[in-house]
Design a protein around this ligand. Structure first.
Ligand code: SF4
Ligand code: SF4
Length: 223
């Protein structure tokens, strides 16, 4: 039996008068650090064409095997990115992703960045496999949704030199659709800045990961 039983409540009484640390989530969402690693985003060029070239480097860099990419060739009738190839299928499995950001580092075109969005819980495994339509940035002013023609007189390299700042007048979408989440702005990790002039030497890598397989709705990839 302690000499002074009230002393046992010392810690309790001391903490009763301290500032409360309880956060009223989800009513109040504490802002994250600016470079917090949250949900990914596939970025667009200023005219709305996609930056992803379907090279799969992000998939190869991922330590959790969470990314699945299938590239395809652009055509004059259906062009999604300024160059030869684009990402036809793009999936990120958030049941596997550890939000490490290595995929962002691997991307040669700054197509892939991370937002500050952290609410990535759901009650079905299927809904946590995000598709290209869910990851693709929405349209900002001056953009026309892909697919559409390249800016007249510009080359793929000109896009990476920052010479294309908006869609050319009269640009129209080549096939009608209705996709895209709201564009996330500057609060992204690996911000979507244009590459420096002369830094446009990338080429779409060969589509070499044919054995990568399909991420199924069950969340288990058939690798
Ligand atoms: S953040 Fe890391 S784990 Fe998640 S998809 Fe990118 S590389 Fe893979
Ligand atoms: S590394 Fe970048 S360009 Fe290549 S597939 Fe991934 S997101 Fe697309």
């Amino acid at each position: 039996m302690p000499e002074n039983p009230v002393a046992g409540f010392g810690v309790t009484f001391k903490d009763m008068f301290k500032k409360r640390l309880t956060e009223q989530y989800p009513e109040y969402k504490k802002p994250t650090a600016p470079r917090f690693h949250g949900r990914h985003q596939l970025n667009r060029h200023p005219d709305g064409l996609e930056k992803c070239v379907g090279c799969e480097l992000c998939a190869w860099a991922c330590p959790a095997d969470a990314i699945y990419v299938e590239g395809a060739d652009n055509t004059d009738e259906e062009r999604y990115s300024p160059g030869e190839r684009y990402g036809r299928v793009y999936q990120i499995n958030y049941l596997r992703c550890i939000l490490c950001g290595l995929c962002v580092e691997a991307c040669p075109t700054r197509a892939l960045t991370m937002t500050n969005e952290y609410e990535l819980a759901d009650d079905s495994r299927e809904s946590l496999i995000y598709t290209k339509e869910e990851l693709l940035a929405g349209l900002e002013e001056g953009m026309v949704d892909s697919p559409h023609a390249i800016y007249p007189g510009m080359t793929e390299k000109d896009y990476y030199r920052g010479l294309v700042t908006e869609a050319a007048p009269g640009t129209v979408r080549q096939t009608p659709t209705d996709t895209g989440a709201p564009q996330k702005s500057a609060d992204t990790f690996g911000a979507d800045e244009p590459a420096a002039a002369g830094d446009a030497t990338f080429e779409a890598a060969p589509h070499g990961r044919m054995t990568h397989g399909t991420v199924t709705a069950s969340g288990e990839g058939e690798r």
